[in-house]
Design a protein around this ligand. Structure first.
Ligand SMILES: Cc1cc2nc3c(=O)[nH]c(=O)nc-3n(C[C@H](O)[C@H](O)[C@H](O)COP(=O)(O)O)c2cc1C
Length: 188
């Protein structure tokens, strides 16, 4: 195993690009703007995700002005709001529920987005912890779109900048062994 990537305390069991290990979900954000080109690069990566019938069911609502970010803060649950208020960009990820596999495919686009963000030196933190109905109303989202996730995007800050109760959790998590997720030939 000596040649395999070890990043931030994470060790791959097989050879993978280091980007997969470098991506994690910190909560400490610097109050520093993300350049337009880098934000668009992250969304461009999401654009190239595969989807059933190439339907591209994903949509992204971006909040980066103070006014737009405050609108997002109004529907994000307290446990997330306490740390994500500093994030310079919040993105609501929607999926077109008229399209088959919309959730699966929009999940792929989030995966692409997050890995491209890592590539650009940015951090991402996905959140399901927000009030769906309030978000739908605040963002004027029609019924044929599901709100899958809100993602905070920005630059990583110091762990010490977080409230004390969040500091212990500010580290990359591990994964169960690969063999526990794989079955050969049939479910066992
Ligand atoms: C669909 C989804 C919803 C999540 N919701 C939240 C959330 O509301 N708050 C939070 O702090 N983290 C949330 N997370 C982050 C996960 O807890 C995190 O991705 C997971 O623990 C793996 O850690 P890592 O991303 O640092 O590798 C969410 C992640 C996903 C994919």
């Amino acid at each position: 195993m000596a040649d395999l990537q070890v990043n931030q305390g994470r060790q791959a069991e097989y050879d993978i690009d280091e980007n997969y290990l470098n991506r994690w979900s910190p909560r400490s954000f610097l109050e520093k703007e993300v350049p337009e080109e880098d934000l668009m690069s992250v969304l461009e990566a999401a654009r190239w995700a595969p989807s059933a019938m190439n339907a591209q069911p994903w949509r992204f609502i971006i909040a980066r002005t103070q006014e737009d970010r405050e609108k997002f803060h109004s529907f994000i649950k307290e446990g997330n709001r306490i740390w994500c208020e500093k994030a310079p960009v919040l993105v609501a990820i929607l999926s077109d529920n008229k399209v088959g596999y919309h959730a699966f495919d929009t999940g792929s686009s989030w995966g692409y987005l997050s890995l491209q963000a890592t590539q650009k030196g940015l951090i991402t933190h996905p959140m399901a912890g927000f009030y769906q109905d309030q978000a739908r109303e605040a963002l004027n989202i029609p019924d044929d779109f599901d709100i899958q996730l809100v993602v905070a995007i920005g630059y990583q800050g110091e762990k010490e900048a977080l409230p004390a109760e969040l500091q212990d959790r500010e580290q990359p998590s591990n994964r169960r062994p690969l063999k526990e997720s794989i079955f050969e030939g049939e479910y066992k």
